[in-house]
Design a protein around this ligand. Structure first.
Ligand code: FES
Length: 118
């Protein structure tokens, strides 16, 4: 059998609105970093890879939101992404989208699926 394409990343209610948490996706070879973000009570997850240069974005380990709490900010050149749509609204990769990690709730667990393109 192949490697599982799913991973439990949180319990329901773990993350408060406006907070983020990093997790690893079970991809071939090295695991791939991704992160959860709670936007007004709704969880979203994105691959931790900027669409400008393929680098991780957290400016402090596990911290992704800017000071306003409204945008995911890339630590390298300051690109801003909407945390609920993944769309870049400012910076070099403007108009491009982060890679979404599909989430589903299973009982009291939040389960992430490795995106197709990884
Ligand atoms: S690497 Fe993210 S803005 Fe340049």
């Amino acid at each position: 059998m192949g490697q599982s394409r799913e991973v439990v990343v949180a319990a329901v209610g773990d993350l408060a609105p406006g907070t983020t948490r990093k997790f690893l996706l079970p991809t071939a070879g090295e695991p791939t970093e991704a992160f959860l973000v709670n936007v007004d009570g709704a969880l979203h997850a994105w691959v931790n890879r900027c669409r400008h240069v393929a680098m991780t974005m957290d400016w402090v380990e596990g911290r992704f939101l800017d000071e306003s709490g409204r945008y995911v900010v890339c630590a390298t050149h300051g690109a801003l992404y909407e945390p609920d749509t993944g769309r870049c609204v400012s910076g070099p990769p403007c108009g491009r989208f982060l890679v979404r990690v599909p989430l589903r709730v299973d009982g009291d667990r939040v389960v992430a699926t490795v995106p197709e393109e990884l």
